[in-house]
Design a protein around this ligand. Structure first.
Ligand SMILES: NC(=O)c1ccc[n+]([C@@H]2O[C@H](COP(=O)([O-])OP(=O)(O)OC[C@H]3O[C@@H](n4cnc5c(N)ncnc54)[C@H](O)[C@@H]3O)[C@@H](O)[C@H]2O)c1
Length: 242
């Protein structure tokens, strides 16, 4: 049994993770903590091999550093990581030969949506991303949208067509990363949705993913907990462990 500690256990995702770990025969829940606990002490006291963190964007980076310093494998669902932060954490994990995962999205369907989008971008470079989450989401655009834009940029073999940057209302064309416009919708009632819309000569292609419930992320979280203990590096993206 792999010993797992859950950080952010009182939250919407954390509480789902606690249930999912409890139901998995290969995983043992050794602790469920939240913001009122000391993470480093909890890892030491429980002997956790893996720490799952679903907390808040402003705490994710520091939490991951604490987990690595304590010698546990991080499985991080918290969003909001910058590329430089991911690289720093990869180096820290590598120095300790520790496996780990930071995943902008733990749902298998969403990972496939990103993979298919990267494939389509080889042939259709003109693409925009529209994502929707609940009003309680702290960061915009979502980590999934950022990762999708990165994967599209890596896969593109030609440049997108230039578009007018004249906005009657500022922000109308959304944000832009690697020449991929990103549009964030925040509405009550939404869990997580993303549409990647491509345009070509007289045709469009839409690749869409919907998470109907937070349980959709749990198979990916449990898989990561089992796989990271055999890894010797920190990966960014669930696709590396699928
Ligand atoms: N990777 C994915 O697949 C995925 C899916 C959904 C949500 N998320 C991300 O997961 C995170 C949590 O989402 P949520 O909907 O559960 O939020 P939430 O607000 O319901 O829960 C967050 C929990 O973290 C706790 N917390 C805050 N700061 C903390 C700290 N420093 N130490 C310990 N606990 C702390 C809060 O008290 C709360 O219980 C967000 O960053 C969200 O964007 C990721």
């Amino acid at each position: 049994m792999i010993k797992v500690l859950v950080n952010g256990a009182n939250g919407r995702m954390g509480s789902e993770v606690v249930t999912a770990i409890g139901n998995d025969q290969q995983l043992e829940l050794v602790g469920a903590i939240d913001r009122d606990s000391d993470l480093a002490s909890a890892i030491k006291d429980t002997g956790a091999q893996v720490v799952v963190d679903f907390t808040i964007a402003s705490a994710g980076f520091e939490n991951t550093k604490i987990i690595i310093a304590a010698g546990a494998c991080p499985v991080i669902g918290t969003s909001g990581f910058q590329e430089a932060q991911v690289n720093e954490l990869k180096a820290l994990a590598q120095a300790k030969k520790l496996g780990g995962l930071i995943a902008p999205n733990f749902s298998v369907g969403a990972v496939l949506m990103m993979k298919f989008s990267a494939e389509a971008a080889k042939y259709m470079p003109d693409v925009e991303v529209i994502e929707a989450h609940s009003t309680q989401k702290e960061d915009s655009p979502s980590g999934t949208a950022l990762r999708t834009a990165e994967m599209i940029a890596q896969a593109r073999t030609s440049n997108p067509e230039p578009t007018s940057d004249k906005e009657i209302v500022p922000g109308a064309r959304g944000a832009s990363l690697h020449e991929v416009p990103l549009h964030s919708i925040r509405l009550p009632g939404v869990v997580a949705q993303q549409t990647v819309m491509f345009g070509g000569l007289s045709e469009t292609l839409k690749i869409e993913h919907n998470s109907q419930h937070r349980s959709s992320f749990m198979p990916g979280v449990c898989l990561a907990c089992k796989r990271v203990v055999d890894e010797q590096e920190l990966h960014y993206g669930l696709e590396y462990l699928l």
